[in-house]
Design a protein around this ligand. Structure first.
Ligand code: ADP
Length: 484
């Protein structure tokens, strides 16, 4: 598009420009300043006319040797004085500010003039300082690279992580920190990033390594951020040493493998227990039955008692093996389901109906939530706790049982409270161990598996179970089920 002189004249453009513009002649005397410059420097135009440029830029000559200036006015070119040159501009009121200066020679009517554009860069410098502070205080190693991949800035953490002094890194190619076997492709990755700059983790899916000054390699995670600086695109990389995390991951892998192996062993053991132990046990049970049927009359009272004892003990052992197997297999195939626990507890109470009526028990069930659980297992948990509450009672007192639930941090806490015989303090933990019982079978029947199952079920839900009890007054079993 071409603008005709008569439409808009040059002076109007200069006046409207949002940059301070000063026109000087070859003797460096000011011949013209625009409105913006007048305001920025607090001078009236007339005050500046004929003055040397030094009145606005007192140290402009300092940044280049005298020969430069002598030559410059004979052989003028465009040149720029940037933030690194540290030039201060001075206003009439004596206020100094950091300036960026661009000088362009213009030829007009056989005369040569120089258009000097002055920008106040205090804001830019402040932002830069803040950026530096931010980078310096980061907990990760932060490395700024220019468009050619040269390191422009690093923070303290970079020095700590890589063992270099920052002076040794500035100006070096970023590849100084890349292991040699990966160096070859790195510039290509760099160029790709510049072509599609957006904040992202580096090397998605690949294991990344960096190399320290002493040559050791460390596993790292790197975040890349494009940064615009002085009109160019830089990259700010944040580097985290993940040696610790890798070690933990490996330890977890090893540990999981060990647990899997142990579980396999346990499974084998329980299979052996079920088949190999059951065979001779079944023989004992059948032989004892045969003896009872065919030879009972030939035995005296002691003999009959012993036979009865053999029969009951072997039946009990069979029951224990079944319980052990059930316990070991629990959790093999479970389905998490949203379950209405009031409905679930009602079905348990129906199953226990005859024992409830038998001991004239009163059972109070508070409103229970509908939550995600393994329903079959949770049902067994309630069943074991309620039947224990019925079983471990004083013979002369009717059981009264309260079942409640309350929402707690990150889950639900349930309680089953009874008015039974209670549990002595030292036993409160042990009763959850497999086969641990506090009474003889003649007093309270059982196998000692129920509470071990309960603990396993709570743990399968990532929850826990515990008991509070006063001997002779009753017990309250609690279990916590987290939100799943
Ligand atoms: P079992 O009832 O088959 O013996 P459990 O594992 O269910 O096995 O319980 C272990 C032991 O904990 C029981 O033998 C009993 O001594 C004690 N116990 C369990 N529940 C109660 C309860 N509600 N009140 C008092 N003691 C209890």
């Amino acid at each position: 598009m071409e603008i005709k002189q008569k439409d808009i004249n040059l002076q109007i453009i200069l006046e409207a420009s949002p940059i301070a513009l000063v026109l000087i002649n070859e003797r460096e005397n000011i011949v013209y300043v625009n409105n913006f410059a007048e305001n920025l420097f607090s001078y009236k135009k007339a005050e500046l006319k004929g003055q040397a440029l030094d009145i606005l830029l007192p140290d402009i000559h300092r940044i280049k040797p005298p020969e430069f200036w002598q030559n410059y006015f004979i052989n003028p070119t465009t040149f720029r004085v940037g933030p690194d040159d540290d030039v201060t501009a001075l206003t009439k009121t004596g206020r100094g500010f950091p300036a960026e200066v661009r000088i362009n020679p213009i030829g007009a009517e056989g005369q040569i003039y120089f258009l000097v554009a002055i920008t106040d860069i205090s804001e830019r410098i402040r932002a830069n300082e803040q950026f530096k502070l931010l980078v310096e205080s980061a907990l990760n190693a932060m490395i700024l690279t220019d468009p050619s991949g040269n390191i422009a800035m690093v923070n303290k953490q970079t020095e700590v992580l890589f063992g270099y002094d920052r002076k040794e890194l500035i100006g070096q190619k970023i590849e100084i920190l890349v292991p040699s076997r990966m160096k070859q492709h790195h510039p290509e990755h760099r160029r790709n990033f510049h072509a599609h700059p957006k904040a992202r983790p580096m090397g998605a899916g690949r294991d990344l390594f960096a190399v320290k000054k002493d040559g050791t390699e460390i596993p790292v995670e790197i975040g890349l951020n494009p940064i615009h600086k002085d009109g160019e695109q830089y990259v700010l990389a944040s580097v985290i040493d993940i040696t610790g995390r890798k070690k933990t991951e490996e330890a977890i892998k090893r540990y999981t493998h060990e647990i899997e192996e142990k579980n396999k062993e346990l499974e084998e053991f329980t299979n052996v227990a079920s088949h190999d132990l059951r065979e001779p046990l079944n023989s004992i049970i059948s032989l004892a039955e045969l003896l009872i049927i065919s030879k009972k009359d030939q035995l005296d009272e002691d003999g009959k008692k012993m036979l009865d004892y053999i029969s009951k003990s072997s039946a009990r052992m069979s029951e224990m093996i079944t319980g052990l197997l059930e316990y070991a297999r629990m959790g093999k195939s479970m389905n998490l389901e949203s379950t209405n626990l009031n409905e679930l507890v009602n079905t348990v109470l129906l199953d226990l109906d005859s024992s409830i009526i038998g001991c004239n028990a009163k059972i109070n069930v508070a409103p229970l939530p509908t939550i995600n659980v393994y329903p079959i297992e949770i049902r067994l948990l309630f069943q074991n706790l309620i039947s224990n509450a019925l079983k471990y009672r004083f013979q002369e007192v009717s059981p009264e049982i309260f079942i409640t639930a309350r929402q707690v941090k990150k889950g639900w806490e349930f309680s089953i409270k009874d008015n039974g015989i209670g549990i002595p303090d030292p036993q409160k933990e042990k009763i959850f161990n497999l086969f641990h019982r506090l009474h003889g079978r003649n007093k309270y029947d059982g196998t000692g598996i129920g509470l071990a199952q309960c603990r396993k079920i709570a743990e399968l839900h990532n929850g826990r179970i515990w008991v509070e009890s006063t001997l002779g007054e009753g017990s309250t079993f609690f279990f916590f089920i987290p939100e799943l």
